[in-house]
Design a protein around this ligand. Structure first.
Ligand SMILES: [Mg+2]
Length: 296
């Protein structure tokens, strides 16, 4: 368990005038599809007994985690949302599938901000609740599957070039809801870990907390930028009153090329905020739906 993650973030020294927080999955690495489809979803079906509705469980899981506004959300919040949507589905009711009541998990996510296995492990020991234990087992097995399967996936084109370009002027932080252990493995595999001051994952709290403790107040608000591929990244930036650059889902290559050739210069010369950022965000918001198509 990481002792006092807030202090670690607060202790990050400002060395440059600018600060950039970068999400990892689906933003730096093209790892969202393989992790969600091949690791998270099969374990979701297995651990929560969704075999008889596996088709709908998969469709719902992918909607929540990849193809809607909740893309990139913390795994435990995703689990709750997917189960909630699944329980409402007609096909699921017709097949008499047993949908597990996650109220103990919901309770935990409401009082804990470091939504990762170490905090859940501690909570499981305190409560000995069967559904908490089951959820910890699912989450651990997901990590094992990811370690076995997810490697040899390089950063998107223009990521390395962009990191090299921003490194001279900005302090960088990985702002993610993935476990630190997986993030470190992925950033080190591609030798880009030295660009960042710290790799903050789910054990460090929410993305909004990462930005708040690492950057807010240390740099001018218009010199802090969050780069991400999900609405949660945008909200983390806006919760702190700082800037956001979107990596559009399905258009990551173009987004990074635009960042490298245009957006980053605007950020450094002070012309990013306002109309330019507004238009980027407007465009970004058209990519992911709020409601599933099966609810119509
Ligand atoms: Mg992401």
């Amino acid at each position: 368990m990481i002792e006092n993650p807030q202090k670690i973030l607060e202790d990050i020294k400002r060395e440059k005038d600018f600060f950039i927080g970068i999400d990892s999955d689906g933003c730096v690495f093209d790892t969202m599809e393989i992790k969600q489809k091949e690791c998270f979803c099969p374990q979701f079906i297995k651990h929560y007994g969704l075999q008889r509705v596996s088709k709908y469980a998969r469709e719902t899981w992918e909607f929540v985690n990849l193809y809607s506004k909740t893309r990139g959300v913390n795994r435990f919040k995703a689990l709750i949302r997917a189960m909630e949507l699944l329980a409402e589905r007609k096909e699921v009711k017709l097949r008499n599938a047993n949908i597990i009541d996650l109220s103990s998990v919901i309770k935990w996510t409401k009082k804990e901000s470091k939504l990762g296995n170490p905090a859940l492990e501690k909570y499981a020991a305190e409560t000995n609740d069967p559904i908490i234990n089951l959820t910890l087992k699912w989450s651990k097995e997901v990590n094992v599957e990811i370690e076995k399967l997810v490697f040899d996936i390089p950063p998107f084109p223009f990521v390395k070039e962009s990191l090299a370009k921003i490194f001279d002027k900005a302090d960088l932080l990985v702002v993610s809801q993935t476990p630190v252990e997986a993030l470190t493995r992925e950033w080190e595999e591609h030798n880009i870990q030295n660009y960042v001051k710290l790799i903050a994952g789910q054990e460090y709290g929410t993305k909004a907390e990462h930005l708040k403790y690492a950057a807010k107040g240390k740099y001018d608000d218009d010199k802090i930028l969050m780069i991400g591929d999900a609405p949660g990244d945008l909200s983390a930036a806006k919760a702190n009153g700082v800037l956001f650059y979107p990596i559009n889902p399905g258009h990551e290559d173009e987004s990074w090329e635009r960042f490298y050739t245009q957006a980053v210069d605007k950020f450094f010369n002070g012309s990013f905020a306002g109309e330019y950022e507004d238009n980027l965000i407007k465009e970004f918001e058209t990519y992911l739906p709020e409601k599933p198509k099966w609810s119509n």
